[in-house]
Design a protein around this ligand. Structure first.
Ligand SMILES: [Zn+2]
Length: 120
């Protein structure tokens, strides 16, 4: 089995390259097949945060903004073909799979100000 790393945005275990090594953020330019986040690009270009390039200490903010937008837009899979059948509904991630992935990232889903998370 080849090494797979967990996406810090959506929690999907499908990255071929680690995003952080020894606490350092790597611009791998790998795109998560699940949420579509491109590491080294999306944090500066796919979310609106008021910086031209985001300070490294604000990375988590970019992840959160992207995650919120991705969830609210319907958790569409970036590359549906590469996601196992049991995790998806057509081209979207299953909601319960999403919740498990977010919990695996140790995110407090009860604290989410995102549509669909009211019941948590
Ligand atoms: Zn992801």
């Amino acid at each position: 089995m080849c090494a797979r790393y967990t996406c810090p945005v959506c929690g999907y275990e499908g990255l071929e390259n680690a995003v952080f090594v020894n606490g350092e953020y790597l611009n791998t330019f790998e795109i998560c097949t699940c949420c579509g986040f491109e590491f080294g690009f999306s944090e500066d270009h796919d979310v609106v945060h008021g910086f031209i390039t985001i300070p490294e200490s604000f990375l988590e903010v970019a992840f959160q903004l992207y995650r919120k937008k991705w969830i609210e837009e319907g958790i569409r899979l970036f590359d549906s073909k590469s996601i196992p059948e049991n995790k998806k509904n057509k081209d979207s991630l299953k909601f319960d799979v999403l919740v498990d992935q977010l919990k695996a990232l140790k995110l407090d889903v009860s604290n989410f100000d995102i549509k669909g998370f009211e019941k948590f």
